[in-house]
Design a protein around this ligand. Structure first.
Ligand SMILES: Nc1ncnc2c1ncn2[C@@H]1O[C@H](COP(=O)(O)OP(=O)(O)O)[C@@H](O)[C@H]1O
Ligand SMILES: [Mg+2]
Length: 272
Protein backbone atom coordinates (compact mmCIF):
# COMPACT_ATOMS: atom_id res chain seq x y z
CA UNK A 1 0.00 0.00 0.00
CA UNK A 2 1.34 3.44 -0.93
CA UNK A 3 1.89 5.92 1.90
CA UNK A 4 -0.68 8.29 0.48
CA UNK A 5 -3.30 5.54 0.30
CA UNK A 6 -2.55 4.62 3.89
CA UNK A 7 -2.88 8.22 5.03
CA UNK A 8 -6.18 8.62 3.22
CA UNK A 9 -7.39 5.40 4.77
CA UNK A 10 -6.55 6.60 8.24
CA UNK A 11 -8.37 9.88 7.69
CA UNK A 12 -11.45 8.06 6.45
CA UNK A 13 -11.54 5.70 9.36
CA UNK A 14 -8.97 5.37 12.08
CA UNK A 15 -10.71 2.69 14.03
CA UNK A 16 -10.78 -0.10 11.45
CA UNK A 17 -8.75 -2.96 12.88
CA UNK A 18 -9.13 -5.46 10.07
CA UNK A 19 -10.18 -4.95 6.49
CA UNK A 20 -10.14 -7.42 3.64
CA UNK A 21 -10.62 -6.49 0.01
CA UNK A 22 -11.75 -9.18 -2.42
CA UNK A 23 -10.07 -11.81 -0.26
CA UNK A 24 -10.22 -15.04 -2.25
CA UNK A 25 -8.89 -18.56 -1.74
CA UNK A 26 -9.02 -21.16 -4.40
CA UNK A 27 -8.07 -24.80 -3.83
CA UNK A 28 -7.86 -26.44 -7.25
CA UNK A 29 -11.35 -26.02 -8.70
CA UNK A 30 -12.93 -25.06 -5.38
CA UNK A 31 -13.30 -21.37 -4.55
CA UNK A 32 -13.39 -21.75 -0.77
CA UNK A 33 -13.67 -18.00 -0.13
CA UNK A 34 -14.85 -15.75 -2.94
CA UNK A 35 -14.13 -12.00 -2.86
CA UNK A 36 -14.76 -11.51 0.82
CA UNK A 37 -14.91 -7.89 2.01
CA UNK A 38 -14.67 -7.55 5.77
CA UNK A 39 -14.55 -4.41 7.87
CA UNK A 40 -13.97 -4.94 11.58
CA UNK A 41 -13.74 -1.95 13.87
CA UNK A 42 -12.03 -1.50 17.19
CA UNK A 43 -13.80 -3.12 20.15
CA UNK A 44 -16.43 -4.79 18.02
CA UNK A 45 -17.42 -8.41 18.34
CA UNK A 46 -18.02 -9.67 14.81
CA UNK A 47 -19.24 -13.15 13.89
CA UNK A 48 -18.65 -15.21 10.76
CA UNK A 49 -21.34 -17.83 10.31
CA UNK A 50 -22.52 -20.28 7.67
CA UNK A 51 -22.85 -24.01 6.95
CA UNK A 52 -19.93 -26.42 7.21
CA UNK A 53 -17.59 -26.04 4.28
CA UNK A 54 -18.67 -22.42 3.71
CA UNK A 55 -15.08 -21.16 3.93
CA UNK A 56 -15.05 -19.72 7.46
CA UNK A 57 -11.88 -21.40 8.73
CA UNK A 58 -10.19 -20.69 5.40
CA UNK A 59 -10.91 -16.98 5.94
CA UNK A 60 -9.23 -17.21 9.37
CA UNK A 61 -6.29 -19.05 7.83
CA UNK A 62 -5.73 -16.24 5.34
CA UNK A 63 -6.04 -13.51 7.99
CA UNK A 64 -3.52 -15.28 10.24
CA UNK A 65 -1.05 -15.99 7.42
CA UNK A 66 -1.50 -19.77 7.29
CA UNK A 67 -2.60 -19.39 3.67
CA UNK A 68 -1.73 -16.61 1.25
CA UNK A 69 -4.91 -15.52 -0.54
CA UNK A 70 -5.15 -16.49 -4.21
CA UNK A 71 -6.15 -12.88 -4.75
CA UNK A 72 -7.23 -9.86 -2.74
CA UNK A 73 -5.74 -7.92 0.13
CA UNK A 74 -5.76 -7.97 3.92
CA UNK A 75 -5.09 -4.86 6.00
CA UNK A 76 -4.39 -4.83 9.71
CA UNK A 77 -4.61 -1.39 11.27
CA UNK A 78 -4.13 0.04 7.79
CA UNK A 79 -1.03 -2.04 7.05
CA UNK A 80 -1.03 -4.52 4.20
CA UNK A 81 -0.36 -7.94 5.77
CA UNK A 82 -1.29 -10.05 2.73
CA UNK A 83 1.05 -13.03 2.55
CA UNK A 84 2.89 -12.25 5.79
CA UNK A 85 4.09 -15.19 7.89
CA UNK A 86 1.92 -16.30 10.84
CA UNK A 87 4.53 -15.47 13.53
CA UNK A 88 4.86 -11.92 12.23
CA UNK A 89 1.09 -11.49 12.23
CA UNK A 90 0.98 -12.81 15.82
CA UNK A 91 3.56 -10.19 16.83
CA UNK A 92 1.42 -7.54 15.17
CA UNK A 93 -1.35 -8.35 17.64
CA UNK A 94 -3.47 -11.10 16.12
CA UNK A 95 -4.16 -14.28 18.11
CA UNK A 96 -6.45 -17.18 17.38
CA UNK A 97 -7.88 -20.39 18.70
CA UNK A 98 -8.54 -23.44 16.55
CA UNK A 99 -11.67 -25.37 15.66
CA UNK A 100 -10.05 -28.50 17.04
CA UNK A 101 -8.29 -27.88 20.34
CA UNK A 102 -4.54 -27.55 19.79
CA UNK A 103 -2.99 -27.40 23.24
CA UNK A 104 0.35 -28.88 24.24
CA UNK A 105 -1.54 -31.85 25.65
CA UNK A 106 1.25 -33.30 27.81
CA UNK A 107 2.33 -30.00 29.36
CA UNK A 108 0.77 -28.27 32.34
CA UNK A 109 -1.71 -25.44 32.13
CA UNK A 110 0.96 -22.95 33.23
CA UNK A 111 3.49 -24.28 30.71
CA UNK A 112 0.97 -23.86 27.90
CA UNK A 113 0.65 -20.17 28.80
CA UNK A 114 4.33 -19.43 29.34
CA UNK A 115 5.27 -20.98 25.99
CA UNK A 116 2.78 -18.70 24.25
CA UNK A 117 4.27 -15.75 26.15
CA UNK A 118 7.75 -16.69 24.99
CA UNK A 119 6.48 -16.79 21.45
CA UNK A 120 5.56 -13.11 21.65
CA UNK A 121 8.56 -11.94 23.69
CA UNK A 122 11.10 -9.45 22.42
CA UNK A 123 14.41 -10.85 23.76
CA UNK A 124 15.90 -13.52 21.62
CA UNK A 125 16.78 -17.02 22.66
CA UNK A 126 20.48 -16.21 22.95
CA UNK A 127 20.06 -13.35 25.43
CA UNK A 128 17.69 -15.56 27.43
CA UNK A 129 20.26 -18.37 27.43
CA UNK A 130 22.99 -16.00 28.60
CA UNK A 131 20.65 -14.74 31.31
CA UNK A 132 21.27 -11.12 30.34
CA UNK A 133 19.56 -8.70 32.77
CA UNK A 134 16.89 -7.60 30.28
CA UNK A 135 15.94 -11.19 29.56
CA UNK A 136 15.78 -12.09 33.25
CA UNK A 137 13.48 -9.14 33.93
CA UNK A 138 11.33 -10.06 30.98
CA UNK A 139 11.10 -13.68 32.10
CA UNK A 140 9.92 -12.55 35.55
CA UNK A 141 7.34 -10.23 34.01
CA UNK A 142 6.09 -13.01 31.73
CA UNK A 143 5.67 -15.39 34.66
CA UNK A 144 3.71 -12.80 36.61
CA UNK A 145 1.51 -11.99 33.64
CA UNK A 146 0.89 -15.69 33.05
CA UNK A 147 -0.19 -16.21 36.66
CA UNK A 148 -2.52 -13.21 36.41
CA UNK A 149 -4.01 -14.53 33.19
CA UNK A 150 -4.68 -17.95 34.73
CA UNK A 151 -6.33 -16.25 37.69
CA UNK A 152 -8.44 -14.14 35.34
CA UNK A 153 -9.54 -17.17 33.28
CA UNK A 154 -10.45 -19.24 36.36
CA UNK A 155 -7.60 -21.67 35.72
CA UNK A 156 -5.33 -20.83 38.69
CA UNK A 157 -6.47 -23.88 40.66
CA UNK A 158 -5.46 -26.21 37.83
CA UNK A 159 -2.22 -24.41 36.91
CA UNK A 160 -0.14 -27.56 37.48
CA UNK A 161 -2.56 -30.00 35.87
CA UNK A 162 -1.69 -31.60 32.55
CA UNK A 163 -3.71 -29.87 29.83
CA UNK A 164 -5.10 -33.14 28.50
CA UNK A 165 -6.51 -34.06 31.91
CA UNK A 166 -8.78 -31.00 32.08
CA UNK A 167 -12.49 -31.29 31.33
CA UNK A 168 -13.31 -30.25 27.77
CA UNK A 169 -14.82 -26.87 28.74
CA UNK A 170 -11.69 -25.90 30.67
CA UNK A 171 -9.48 -26.93 27.75
CA UNK A 172 -11.45 -24.51 25.58
CA UNK A 173 -10.88 -21.77 28.16
CA UNK A 174 -7.18 -22.61 28.29
CA UNK A 175 -7.01 -22.24 24.51
CA UNK A 176 -8.43 -18.73 24.85
CA UNK A 177 -6.05 -17.95 27.73
CA UNK A 178 -3.14 -19.13 25.62
CA UNK A 179 -4.23 -16.87 22.76
CA UNK A 180 -4.49 -13.94 25.19
CA UNK A 181 -0.95 -14.65 26.43
CA UNK A 182 0.45 -13.09 23.24
CA UNK A 183 -1.30 -9.78 24.18
CA UNK A 184 -3.42 -9.48 21.05
CA UNK A 185 -5.55 -6.55 19.89
CA UNK A 186 -7.55 -8.82 17.62
CA UNK A 187 -8.68 -12.23 18.84
CA UNK A 188 -10.01 -14.80 16.38
CA UNK A 189 -12.03 -17.66 17.84
CA UNK A 190 -12.84 -20.64 15.60
CA UNK A 191 -15.95 -22.32 17.02
CA UNK A 192 -15.10 -21.72 20.69
CA UNK A 193 -18.36 -23.32 21.84
CA UNK A 194 -18.04 -26.45 19.68
CA UNK A 195 -19.08 -29.50 21.69
CA UNK A 196 -20.36 -27.42 24.62
CA UNK A 197 -23.74 -27.93 26.27
CA UNK A 198 -26.16 -24.98 26.64
CA UNK A 199 -24.92 -24.07 30.13
CA UNK A 200 -21.25 -24.14 29.10
CA UNK A 201 -22.13 -22.11 26.00
CA UNK A 202 -23.88 -19.51 28.13
CA UNK A 203 -20.87 -19.28 30.47
CA UNK A 204 -18.54 -18.94 27.51
CA UNK A 205 -20.70 -16.16 26.03
CA UNK A 206 -20.40 -14.17 29.26
CA UNK A 207 -16.70 -14.94 29.40
CA UNK A 208 -16.03 -13.68 25.85
CA UNK A 209 -17.91 -10.43 26.58
CA UNK A 210 -15.93 -9.91 29.77
CA UNK A 211 -12.58 -10.68 28.17
CA UNK A 212 -13.37 -8.31 25.32
CA UNK A 213 -13.88 -5.50 27.82
CA UNK A 214 -11.06 -6.35 30.24
CA UNK A 215 -8.42 -6.78 27.55
CA UNK A 216 -9.75 -4.04 25.29
CA UNK A 217 -10.07 -6.50 22.41
CA UNK A 218 -11.63 -6.70 19.03
CA UNK A 219 -13.12 -10.17 18.58
CA UNK A 220 -13.86 -12.04 15.34
CA UNK A 221 -15.51 -15.38 15.90
CA UNK A 222 -16.84 -18.35 13.98
CA UNK A 223 -19.71 -20.10 15.72
CA UNK A 224 -22.66 -22.40 15.08
CA UNK A 225 -24.43 -21.71 18.39
CA UNK A 226 -26.85 -19.03 17.25
CA UNK A 227 -27.85 -17.96 20.77
CA UNK A 228 -24.23 -17.03 21.43
CA UNK A 229 -23.80 -15.31 18.06
CA UNK A 230 -27.00 -13.27 18.27
CA UNK A 231 -26.30 -12.23 21.83
CA UNK A 232 -22.76 -10.95 21.55
CA UNK A 233 -22.24 -9.83 17.96
CA UNK A 234 -22.22 -6.23 16.84
CA UNK A 235 -22.12 -7.41 13.25
CA UNK A 236 -22.42 -10.72 11.46
CA UNK A 237 -21.12 -11.96 8.10
CA UNK A 238 -22.70 -15.02 6.52
CA UNK A 239 -20.83 -17.27 4.10
CA UNK A 240 -22.27 -20.03 1.96
CA UNK A 241 -20.04 -21.94 -0.50
CA UNK A 242 -17.51 -19.12 -0.19
CA UNK A 243 -20.02 -16.43 -1.10
CA UNK A 244 -21.02 -13.64 1.24
CA UNK A 245 -24.79 -14.06 1.36
CA UNK A 246 -25.47 -11.60 4.16
CA UNK A 247 -23.95 -9.01 6.45
CA UNK A 248 -25.45 -6.80 9.10
CA UNK A 249 -26.61 -6.60 12.67
CA UNK A 250 -28.06 -9.68 14.40
CA UNK A 251 -31.57 -8.30 13.77
CA UNK A 252 -30.87 -7.77 10.07
CA UNK A 253 -29.36 -11.25 9.70
CA UNK A 254 -32.31 -12.94 11.41
CA UNK A 255 -34.63 -11.22 8.95
CA UNK A 256 -32.48 -11.86 5.89
CA UNK A 257 -34.50 -14.29 3.75
CA UNK A 258 -31.46 -15.61 1.88
CA UNK A 259 -29.62 -16.34 5.12
CA UNK A 260 -32.64 -18.00 6.69
CA UNK A 261 -33.04 -20.26 3.66
CA UNK A 262 -29.37 -21.18 3.36
CA UNK A 263 -28.49 -21.53 7.01
CA UNK A 264 -30.64 -20.30 9.85
CA UNK A 265 -33.65 -22.31 8.73
CA UNK A 266 -31.80 -25.59 9.03
CA UNK A 267 -31.29 -27.43 12.29
CA UNK A 268 -27.54 -27.04 12.78
CA UNK A 269 -27.36 -29.20 15.88
CA UNK A 270 -26.09 -32.02 13.74
CA UNK A 271 -23.14 -29.94 12.54
CA UNK A 272 -19.84 -29.73 14.29
N1 LIG B 1 -6.05 -27.01 2.60
C1 LIG B 1 -7.10 -27.25 1.82
N2 LIG B 1 -6.98 -27.87 0.64
C2 LIG B 1 -8.04 -28.09 -0.15
N3 LIG B 1 -9.30 -27.73 0.16
C3 LIG B 1 -9.50 -27.10 1.33
C4 LIG B 1 -8.43 -26.83 2.24
N4 LIG B 1 -8.93 -26.19 3.32
C5 LIG B 1 -10.25 -26.08 3.13
N5 LIG B 1 -10.60 -26.62 1.92
C6 LIG B 1 -11.95 -26.65 1.33
O1 LIG B 1 -12.44 -25.34 1.37
C7 LIG B 1 -13.84 -25.33 1.68
C8 LIG B 1 -14.07 -24.49 2.93
O2 LIG B 1 -13.55 -25.17 4.08
P1 LIG B 1 -13.50 -24.50 5.50
O3 LIG B 1 -12.91 -23.15 5.37
O4 LIG B 1 -12.83 -25.44 6.42
O5 LIG B 1 -15.05 -24.37 5.85
P2 LIG B 1 -15.78 -24.04 7.22
O6 LIG B 1 -14.77 -23.63 8.24
O7 LIG B 1 -16.75 -22.95 6.89
O8 LIG B 1 -16.51 -25.28 7.64
C9 LIG B 1 -14.25 -26.78 1.82
O9 LIG B 1 -14.76 -27.20 0.58
C10 LIG B 1 -12.94 -27.47 2.15
O10 LIG B 1 -12.97 -28.80 1.75
MG1 LIG C 1 -14.27 -24.45 10.07
Amino acid sequence: MKTTDKAIDQIIDKNIVLRTENMTMQFGGVVAVDNLHLTIREHQIVALIGPNGAGKTTAFNMITGVYTPSSGKIFLQGEDITGMKPDKITRMGVARTFQNIRLFKDLTVFENIIIAKHFSMKSNVLSATLRLPGAVREEKRMREESEALLERMGLADVRNDIANSLPYGQQRHLEIARALATSPNLLLLDEPAAGMNPQETEDLTASIKQIQQDFNLTVFLIEHHMDLVMEISDRIYVLDFGQTIGKGTPGEIQNNQRVVEAYLGVDDDAEN
